[in-house]
Design a protein around this ligand. Structure first.
Ligand code: FAD
Length: 852
């Protein structure tokens, strides 16, 4: 019996080795067109990044070792150029000599894998463009880096190899740009999960160009210019093409074997092709997707290896009448992308939607944030887990992003799926636990609990983008309810949200309108779930909890956060450039030695833990003292800079650690205190100067036309000077923001008798305001309006519009609204609803605060 195998890496080498173990007498010949067999292609990016130092470590077998250990005849530099199924022979070209010869077979195995896609773009053959697929490619890239020392790399394609390359080129010191045609990297996960990766890549300094196609390449000025279809050009020293792969199925096609839609070889469960003597494994075949039963391509090493083993068992004859079958794949995959790991199994939501399935009917989703292990044990990091499931509890897919513990959770879910388990099994799964490894309720158990809660109707979620849509529409029948603590609100809050800390919710339920949609939110989703349960058991029928909490919501707006952070850093830090890392180190050592600095370890604490701890620590410190904080919570670095600005402290520096962040905060905003002066002088650094706040705030208490006019004139003047203005309308001032009768249309608002009376007696909108003096039954007011028109002074309505257009923050005091029975829908568009804490936060960042 003679078995020939085409391709000598993952699928081919595995088939050969297992076949020999099962059958000592079979003749086995492997043909490999490259110079190497059985090498670790998955390790190639890490060799380029110098993470794997030893090239030999990647070469797992040699032809000689295969001969000695397995008695397999391995012929490298041997390309199979034709298959003749009827004659059961193949033609082989010896690539060293050019000679073509034939070999006959009883069984033929095609394990030719796939090849990277290289589109016919202008300039694609430029010497600076590389693809990474095998050892030869790796050597070429490595050599180019060694010789030319490129500084700027552009990676085209955000699949897993593109991402690994981006990270490894960054590791060896290159400035990396990643271009991706789709609006997200890592296609197997959904957009919101990919956004977590985007945020982290940008934080790591990668220039991310999403939704942009490459149209060609030009060479000039000692660089390659990558041209985008938008007309932009990116100058680069090195380009990596990573646009996906296509199966090496041409040989099979020419031999008349049946191919699928995506040109994968069609095989049955025994991995037999349309010819009874020819089998195929690995990237070159199409497989059955185990969730939906549809044919798909899964170019991954795990399936290739498993298929090789199954096929070898069957070909060996050892298991007669007990043949093994390859049922299909869930596409379980995991990748490291800078500080995060991302993993997926099964179908994602994009795929479900493309199959015409409807959310909350045909499938359900959940998104939770959990710790990788017990929060109180050092080093815990956040895992974000998305699960897709049906109303019967069948798991359709899962995606996880986090710094730690991602792989074991996705594997647990993949195993459950493989064993036909459901969300109820996730719930009951008994998983190992000790603080360094997990929590008593593992994230996988939690996913099961939450999934069950959803199916039982105990909780309903609303997604971040749905909240954004509501915000854009103006929150007519919706209350976004912040149930976090005051201190957290100082760091960040969702615009126009109403604040009732969870602990006060039961007592303050009267402040909320039962007819509206209430969206409780907190930092990660635990308190908001508790809030939702309180609300739902107290007659609120329309409650939807914000999925993922503020941490996740902020990551979805990562571009804005990063802009804000860098603005804040520039604004707040003044001469911070003078504080280099060494100096900070010296400083902290100095201060530590004098026991003057405080070090707070918030690693493992989830929001709001770190901010609370920082708040407590600073209370115990003196002005000018420096606090060093380390935290692993993803939102902490963003939150803390805003929190410092609002609380009158100075964020000196934020640096990224391997897992998490280290932040230095100086208590107070004084330029130099004697204390810090001395320390900084000792450490040889210049003092950090704090820029004075420049914003303006106004409390508009009055509803008198003249006073309101004055307030808008000042506000518009301040915005013209480039200042941020907040106008906080309270009591009579709220009337300014009321829609007039015409704008309100037929709006009917349910009110109590007293509220109705208030509404009736108070002026409805800016056009109905009267002068504070000389109103004379309305004559004075009419005269004033006439004179203003004559003298070309804008009317109040025009001034209000200008203010809105200029970005003046118009805030309606929720407490006064409640007292006066004014509802949000009665107010003009673009008004935020907030409490005193929010106004005070803005006032602390201002140098002018008027009461009108
Ligand atoms: P291959 O391993 O590619 O082997 C096919 C072989 O066939 C090639 O050596 C080719 O030269 C040879 N061949 C083709 N045509 C002929 C011919 N006519 N005659 C003779 N020889 C021929 N997968 C994961 O699961 N996890 C990872 O982390 C991961 N990382 C990867 C990183 C990189 C850089 C690359 C390139 C791949 C990675 N993969 C990963 C994918 C994984 O390596 C492949 O899915 C797997 O190797 C496929 O096995 P295969 O046997 O089908 O093909």
């Amino acid at each position: 019996m003679r078995t020939l195998i085409i391709g000598g890496v993952a699928g081919g080498a595995t088939t050969a080795a297992r076949l020999r173990r099962m059958n000592e007498n079979m003749e086995i010949i492997v043909f490999e067109r490259g110079d190497y067999i059985s090498y670790a292609n998955c390790g190639l990016p890490y060799y380029i990044g110098d993470v794997i130092k030893d090239r030999e470590a990647l070469l797992l077998q040699t032809p000689k070792a295969m001969k000695d250990k397995f008695n397999v005849d391995v012929r490298i530099s041997s390309e199979v150029v034709a298959i003749h199924p009827q004659k059961q022979i193949i033609e082989i070209k010896n690539l060293s000599t050019g000679e073509i010869y034939e070999e006959n077979y009883d069984n033929l195995v095609i394990a030719t894998g796939s090849s990277p896609i290289k589109p016919p773009l202008p300039g694609i053959d430029n010497q600076r463009i590389f693809s990474l697929w095998n050892v030869k490619d790796t050597d070429a890239i490595k050599e180019y880096i060694k010789e030319k020392a490129p500084k700027r790399a552009t990676v085209i394609g955000g699949g897993f190899i593109g991402l690994e390359m981006a990270e490894n080129l960054h590791t060896v010191g290159m400035e990396v740009t990643l271009i991706e045609l789709q609006s997200q990297v890592m296609a197997p996960v959904d957009m919101e999960m990919a956004n977590l990766l985007h945020e982290n890549m940008v934080e790591n300094g990668v220039k991310l160009l999403l939704g942009k196609g490459v149209s060609g390449f030009t060479e000039g000025n000692n660089e390659i210019r990558v041209q985008l279809s938008t007309g932009e050009e990116i100058g680069s020293d090195l380009v990596i093409l990573s646009l996906g792969v296509r199966p090496n199925s041409k040989l099979a096609e020419e031999a008349g074997l049946k191919l699928g839609e995506r040109k994968g070889i069609v095989v049955d469960e025994m991995l037999q092709t349309s010819d009874p003597h020819i089998y195929a494994v690995g990237d070159v075949i199409e497989v059955t997707g185990l969730v939906d039963g549809k044919k798909t391509m899964i170019p991954l090493a795990g399936p290739a290896n498993k298929q090789g083993r199954i096929l070898a068992d069957n070909l060996s004859g050892h298991f007669k009448n007990r043949e093994r079958a390859y049922k299909g794949s869930f596409g379980t995959a995991v990748v490291k992308v800078f500080d995060l790991n991302v993993a997926s199994v099964g179908l994602n939501e994009k795929q479900l939607i493309s199959q015409g399935l409807e959310k909350n009917k045909d499938y359900y989703t959940l998104l939770i944030n959990q710790k990788s292990h017990a929060g109180y044990y050092p080093g815990a990091t956040t895992l974000t887990l998305k699960l897709l499931f049906t109303s019967e509890g069948r798991i359709l897919g899962a995606q996880i992003v986090g710094a730690d513990g991602v792989d074991k959770r996705i594997d647990t879910i993949a195993t459950t799926m493989r064993l036909n388990g459901s969300i109820y099994d996730l719930k009951e799964m008994e998983l190992s636990y000790a603080p360094p490894f997990s929590s008593a309720k593992d994230p996988v158990n939690m996913a099961g609990f939450v999934a069950e809660n959803i199916l039982e109707g105990l909780i309903k979620f609303i997604e971040w983008n749905e909240v954004d849509e509501l915000l854009l529409k103006g929150l007519r029948d919706t209350v976004i309810l912040d149930v976090r603590e005051d201190v957290e609100r100082l760091a960040y809050s969702i615009p126009a949200s109403y604040h009732i800390p969870l602990g006060q919710l039961r007592k303050r339920l009267g402040e909320l309108d039962k007819s509206k949609l209430i969206i409780p939110y907190c930092a990660v989703g635990v308190r908001s779930y508790n809030a939702a349960r309180i609300l739902m058991q107290n007659g609120f029928s329309n409650v939807a909890t914000l999925s993922g909490g503020t941490g996740f919501y902020r990551s979805m707006h990562y571009e804005k956060n990063i802009d804000e952070q860098s603005d804040a850093t520039e604004e707040n830090m003044g001469n911070i450039n003078a504080i280099n890392e060494e100096n900070i180190e010296n400083m902290s050592l100095d201060i530590m030695a004098n026991r003057a600095i405080k070090v707070v370890d918030c690693c493992g604490l989830q929001c709001p833990g770190p901010i609370m701890k920082v708040n407590e620590a600073l209370k115990q410190m003196h002005d000018g003292e420096v606090l060093q904080v380390c935290a692993t919570d993803r939102g902490f670095a963003t939150d803390v800079s805003a929190w410092c600005r609002r609380t009158g402290n100075t964020m000196l520096k934020s640096e990224k650690l391997e897992k998490g962040y280290q932040v230095y905060i100086r208590k107070g905003t004084e330029n130099i205190t004697n204390y810090s002066d001395a320390i900084e002088e000792q450490a040889g650094i210049r003092a950090v100067t704090q820029e004075l706040p420049q914003n303006k705030t106004m409390v508009v208490f009055s509803g008198d036309l003249d006073k309101v006019l004055a307030s808008f004139i000042i506000a518009n003047g301040a915005t013209a000077m480039g200042r941020q203005v907040t106008m906080f309308f309270t009591f009579w001032g709220l009337n300014v923001l009321r829609k007039d009768k015409k704008a309100a249309g037929g709006l009917v608002v349910k009110k109590s008798l007293i509220e109705k009376m208030f509404g009736f007696m108070m002026p409805q909108g800016s056009s109905k305001l009267k002068l504070s003096k000389m109103n004379m039954g309305g004559m004075g007011t009419a005269m004033m309006k006439m004179v203003m028109k004559k003298k070309n002074v804008d009317s109040l309505e025009v001034l209000i519009k200008q203010a809105r257009d200029n970005g003046v923050k118009l805030v309606a005091c929720t407490m006064s609204m409640d007292i006066m029975g004014i509802r949000a829908e009665e107010l003009i568009d673009g008004v935020e609803l907030a409490g005193v804490a929010s106004y005070l936060g803005d006032a602390e960042e201002s140098n002018v605060n008027l009461f009108i």
